[in-house]
Design a protein around this ligand. Structure first.
Ligand code: URA
Ligand code: SF4
Length: 189
C-alpha cells in the first residue's frame, strides 16, 4: 500500500499482474476528487473508457452523468473507479483471478480517498467488495456498514440500458445516498 497518489499511480504503469494487460490500450485508473466523500465503483473499462483512459465516459457513463445532474452532483466532486483497470475482451465480466490481481489498487485508492459513502455499481463491484455471498437483486437499496464506510449497492448503469424499469430503483438508491450524505454533513458542522 502506498500512502500517496504519486507512488500509487506510478506503481500501476505497465501493470502486467493479470491477463487483461494484453488487450488494453489504456489503463483506466480512476477520476475525480481525491478527497471525495462519495466514491462510485464500477466493473471495468469498456471500449470508450479503454480508448480515453477515463472511467464511465461511454453510454453507461452518459446515464451516470444524467443521474448526477438530477441529483445536483458535479462529476468532479466524487471519485469514480472500477474493479479492474484494464478492459476485459468483449466487455465480459472480469474473472476472479483478474479482479483479485487488480483489487489492491482499488483498496489503495479507497484508503487514500477515505470516502464516507461508496456506491457499488452492479454485481461485480458488490461481490468483490462486500463478498461473494451478496446478490445484487437482494442487496440493492440497502445500506451496509463496514470499517467505517457506508456501502450502497445499486444496479450497474449498463443494466438500465437493457431494462428501463431499473431506472426507478437506481434513482431511489442514489436519492438515499444523497440524503445520507446530507445527514452526515449536517452532523459534522
Ligand atoms: N462500465 C463500468 O463498469 N465501468 C466503466 O468505467 C464503464 C462502463
Ligand atoms: Fe494490472 Fe489490473 Fe490491468 Fe490486470 S486489470 S493488468 S491487475 S491494472
Amino acid at each position: 500500500m502506498y500512502d500517496n497518489w504519486e507512488d500509487l499511480e506510478k506503481s500501476i504503469v505497465g501493470c502486467k499482474k493479470c491477463k487483461l494487460c494484453t488487450g488494453r490500450n489504456n489503463i483506466v485508473f480512476g477520476v475525480g476528487n481525491k478527497n471525495a466523500d462519495i466514491m462510485f465503483i464500477g466493473e471495468g473499462p469498456g471500449a470508450d473508457e479503454d480508448r480515453i483512459g477515463e472511467p464511465f465516459v461511454g453510454k453507461a457513463g452518459k446515464l451516470m452523468d444524467q443521474a448526477f445532474k438530477g441529483l445536483g452532483i458535479d462529476r468532479n466532486e466524487v471519485y469514480i473507479a472500477n474493479i479492474v483497470k484494464c478492459r476485459p475482451p468483449q466487455n465480459r465480466t472480469p474473472e476472479q483471478d483478474e479482479a483479485r490481481a487488480c483489487l489492491d489498487y482499488l483498496r489503495n485508492q479507497v484508503m487514500l480517498v477515505r470516502p464516507k459513502i461508496i456506491v457499488l455499481l452492479g454485481s461485480t463491484a458488490l461481490k468483490n467488495i462486500l463478498g461473494e455471498e451478496y446478490a445484487i437483486t437482494a442487496s440493492r437499496g440497502i445500506w451496509t456498514q463496514k470499517k467505517g464506510i457506508l456501502y450502497m449497492p445499486t444496479w450497474h448503469p449498463a443494466a438500465l440500458l437493457r431494462d428501463e424499469s431499473k431506472k426507478i430503483d437506481f434513482w431511489k438508491d442514489l436519492k438515499q445516498v444523497m440524503s445520507k450524505y446530507d445527514e452526515l454533513m449536517s452532523k459534522t458542522v
